[in-house]
Design a protein around this ligand. Sequence first.
Ligand SMILES: [Zn+2]
Length: 333
Amino acid sequence: MTRPRRILRPASADPGPVDPAAFPGVDARRRAAGGKASARWRALLEDGSTVLADGAMGTMLFAAGLQFGDPPEVWNLTQPDVVRRIHRGYLEAGSLILMTNTFGGNRLRLGLHGLDGRVAELNQTAAILLRAEVEAAGGHALLAGDIGPSGAIMAPTGTLDYGEAVDVFAEQASALVAGGVDLIWVETMSDLTEVRAAIEGVRRVSPGIPLIATMTFDTRGHTMMGVSPEQAVVALTAWGADAVGGNCGNGPDELLPVIERMRAAAPDAMLVAKSNAGMPELVDMRAVYRADPAMMAAKALAMRDAGARIVGGCCGSTPEHLRAMEEALTRRV
Ligand SMILES: [Zn+2]
């Protein structure tokens, strides 16, 4: 997917009034939850060490034969063994938070392929596939239900109304929760209003589930829609995200200062760094990522030292990258 390299419009620094009923804070959710999911999240984080997330799903699927333009979520049904093998690779590398193969699993994106009626099936199946691998590996890792952007641009710049966006994200979140995920991870977002709609959608179907929200800072330290790291960490935290950060983009060298700026703006926030394996380069119409496992391992330590508590990889990263990152993080505690 090619994306514009300019900032489309300036974003407001103000997260706006926050209705505690729509966006329950951490304390309110702790009271309301009592659920297994929340307890698993707290147990994962209680010892204070850096938590390894997983690496890329999409670029691994392309390497396995997925054709450009085809919806990766269909492989949950047609190639479940491939999806499970990718999850298994990350589990064997030591990942403790793994994302379902549901990045584009909302009805707007699936609708481009005539699959908008199959949101529940594709998302639930993804969670079931991941759960099977996590259980086979001992059951220690957490399942993150992956929610990517809607694929539409929010009004008034674009055509997607806020209320419809909330409905779209709530539908996907409902299927992921029904599939048994431990948390929801809203990722690769550029527009604060869209993140807000996603969080509101998640909260509509599950007030208590832990939630990670990460945006993509690939335009001079801002998101494509002009959101700064400071604006993101303040707004996403105000909307009750348990952990906030950056994913995808142009590689660790661009994400590292984003993490540093978030840490400075929000000293208590739990931060997340899930960088691509370097700046994508186009070779023969394919994106190529050149950061090798040793490079990503060194950058994982830098992300931790900058304040990231959850560290993983995005496009171009493989189980080999994640294994090197895990070894680096556990060798130098
Ligand atoms: Zn990515």
